[in-house]
Design a binder for this molecule. Sequence first.
Ligand code: ZN
Length: 276
Amino acid sequence: MPELPEVEVTRRSVGGIEGARVLALRMGKALRWPLGIEPESLVGLQVGPVGRRGKYLWLPMLQASGQAVGGLLWHLGMSGSLAFGASLGPSGKHDHAELVTDRGLLRLTDPRRFGAVVWSDGLDVLPASKLLAKLGPEPFDPAWTAEALHAALHGRRTAVKLALLSGELVVGAGNIYASDALWQAGIDPRTPCTRIGPARAAKLHAAVQQVLTEAIEAGGSTLRDFRNAHGEVGQYQGLARVYGRAGEACARCGGTIRRIVQGQRATYFCPGCQRR
Ligand code: ZN
């Protein structure tokens, strides 16, 4: 499943669409949610700067006067990817949304169709407001501080790995990145949130930002079939410190990395240097 770094990599790789004029929007088989607007009504609109909130991409649309009229919210679901280019070739059977512009075609390929393209008149009105309402803080938002993380950890009895995966503490720490951030911070993934004091919360805060920064710089992770909008694979999985490395030696203490299951997801950690 594309996680926040992969979606951010995608956002950066489709940046060339800003300023393009919409010629058509073609929708294929039904996606997770309906489009919510007649595709023809987008013709002639201009695409604004591509934004991201959590794992959603936001393509704002402007009238010729420059006035914002709403936009398209894109979600890659379980298996989706976006391609953008002037010569992408004919549509395949898994291509379910194509925004045709005068600068090229933006194409959503989504074999499992859990992805979506949804029109909203703005981010703060329905349906966007509802889709985005439950998202935790953005990891690179200056408002998300170590103190804010510590406050969010306080009072939660759940294991810190599960709290990270829920996206309530911060968005973006999916399975690979949560495992690696906890290793970086020296925290056992089974530690109850309540036991993490201000100093360890600060380490975890820094670790989440560091791991996500490395992942974005590496082009994301390609565990299944992630590609950016130009068809390039990500390299983070080769940099992972513990994720997918059960039985290997820990780079920090030489201990043996273990795999356990938490909330039906694999967790990797080093019992030698990650403390409860
Ligand atoms: Zn270790």
